[in-house]
Write a protein that binds this ligand. Structure first.
Ligand code: HEC
Length: 464
């Protein structure tokens, strides 16, 4: 069971508890237990204002299997929840307000907040439903739970949602809250920190764990604020070497550790453009930048190279070259390592297994080129979607981040993430797909204000 599905179930149980109060919620749990979910312990994702988000964790972790009777129980829960949704399908403004709050914050509003939101929906003082959503987004749980749960799986290779707050997650939360140009997440000299002890450290995550454990309200700017990564109080990385979350500590820990640095490209594209390499495969691209570690005759068959390996590696290798000067430096426990930046010196991992194909590309520097500007990915990704005359190549991850963040896929991807989190489902029909296109347009024309996207999405899924 993938972590995303698990999140949906956690949302379902959470919603149940919201819809029916603790009484029915408990019955839901007992139903699941009675029907064979006993092996699955319930774990609290997070407590906030004494609200508890519940998820199930199996003996084999979140990828553990659930018995069939347990599925029946889950389906029953799902059914009851759907029933409650359908009963609400002709929601009045109060119901809409309640639902917007519930979807964005995951907790019920106070009566006062509910009234303010209802007034906004009813146009009091010239307000709109978007103002109602803004009111809901003042709730600290929007930041600490809803936004955190979107980003947490992006910050590790297992896509595990159960990870502590870290600088990657905090930076996403901060950029949303401050209605910043969200493209900065992939290229800017920015990181969000708290004002708590211990201070930001390059060699551990203690700063963010303390911030999370203190239940600090992240909606308050003084509690979570932007620093330059190049600031000595943050990582102190050379400003030209910074590239948003790609050079965050958590990002580097996850995707520069071991391997060949191709993982940073793969996961960044997966989480920020919503395409995995498999979907971008294009065997028509030139193979001249594929490194030496890729066999041209895998299993003794050069056709396999031409029909398969080239599809990913021809495009991926010249992009991942941008990270040639980066490494996750550690000995023993990787969690205590730190990002190493060696300008002018290509990391040794770019030369491993050089004898596999000695005539392969030998990385001389951090020059990247986007061979996927042409071919099938031209239309799929729609590069330089704002026609700002971006170059299809450059040096280092900052310009690569600009290239990725200015694709249509980037804008659409972040709208889709918001949609799934707020509507609690994948886009299902034409209306949903059209709405995602519309909101993507709104996102771009409002200087990539992602908070606005959450407001638009919550309004769309509030019923009418
Ligand atoms: C669907 C895309 C895709 C295809 C097709 C593909 N690769 Fe890869 N390859 C990757 C990615 C992504 C990585 C980086 C993996 C990581 O570090 O997480 C990688 C890494 C590698 C590595 C570095 C060692 C490692 O495991 O990290 C080798 C060697 C390799 N690929 C060989 C091949 C060969 C040979 C073929 C053809 C038989 C092939 N690849 C086809 C995507 C692909």
């Amino acid at each position: 069971m993938a972590s995303r599905e698990l999140l949906q179930y956690s949302n379902v149980t959470r919603r149940l508890s919201l819809c029916f109060g603790g009484y029915f919620y408990l019955h839901g749990i007992y139903l699941m237990k009675a029907l064979g979910c006993g092996a699955y312990n319930l774990i609290a994702l997070r407590t906030f204002n004494n609200e508890v988000t519940i998820a199930m964790k199996g003996n084999r972790g979140i990828h553990g299997r659930i018995g069939s009777s347990c599925w029946i129980a889950l389906l029953c829960l799902l059914f009851v929840t759907c029933l409650s949704f359908s009963l609400q399908s002709n929601a009045g403004s109060r119901e809409q307000a309640r639902r917007i709050h519930d979807r964005l914050a995951g907790v019920p509003p106070s009566d006062a907040v509910l009234q303010q939101m209802e007034d906004a929906i009813n146009g009091v003082g010239g307000q709109t439903i978007l103002d109602a959503a803004d009111i809901a987004m003042n709730n600290p749980a929007f930041y600490a739970v809803t936004l955190k749960n979107i980003v947490a799986p992006w910050t590790n290779r297992d896509q595990d949602i159960f990870v502590p707050l870290n600088d990657y997650i905090a930076t996403y939360i901060g950029l949303v809250r401050d209605q910043s140009d969200f493209r900065r997440i992939l290229y800017d000299d920015v990181i969000y920190v708290g004002n708590n002890a211990p201070a930001y450290s390059n060699s551990n995550n203690g700063h963010y764990e303390a911030l999370e454990n203190s239940n600090t309200n992240l909606a308050v700017p003084a509690n979570l604020f932007a620093l330059a990564q190049s600031d000595p109080a943050a990582s102190g990385l050379n400003t030209n070497a910074t590239a948003g979350v790609m050079t965050s500590r958590a990002g580097a820990r996850a995707f520069f550790a071991d391997g060949t640095n191709r993982a940073m490209l793969r996961y960044t594209v997966l989480n920020h453009l919503c395409y995995d390499m498999e979907q971008l495969k294009d065997t028509t691209r030139p193979a001249d930048r594929i490194r030496q570690d890729i066999s041209r005759t895998p299993g003794g068959d050069s056709r396999l190279f031409m029909n398969n390996c080239v599809g990913c590696h021809a495009g991926m290798d010249p992009l991942a070259q941008a990270y040639a000067y980066y490494q996750w430096d550690y000995s023993g426990d990787p969690d205590t390592g730190n990002l190493r930046y060696t300008p002018g010196t290509v990391e040794a991992k770019y030369f491993i297994n050089a004898t596999t194909f000695p005539h392969g590309f030998v990385t001389p520097d951090d020059r990247w080129d986007n061979f996927w500007r042409e071919g099938i990915n031209k239309e799929l990704v729609k590069w330089d979607t704002n026609n700002s005359g971006l170059q299809s190549g450059g040096y280092g991850p900052k310009s690569l981040g600009i290239e990725l963040a200015n694709s249509e896929a980037f804008a659409r991807c972040h709208v889709s993430h918001a949609f799934k989190a707020v509507c609690l489902r994948e886009p299902a029909d034409n209306a949903d797909v059209n709405e995602i296109s519309r909101i993507t347009g709104v996102f771009k024309s409002n200087n990539y204000n992602l908070k606005r996207v959450f407001a638009e999405t919550a309004s769309y899924c509030a019923g009418n």
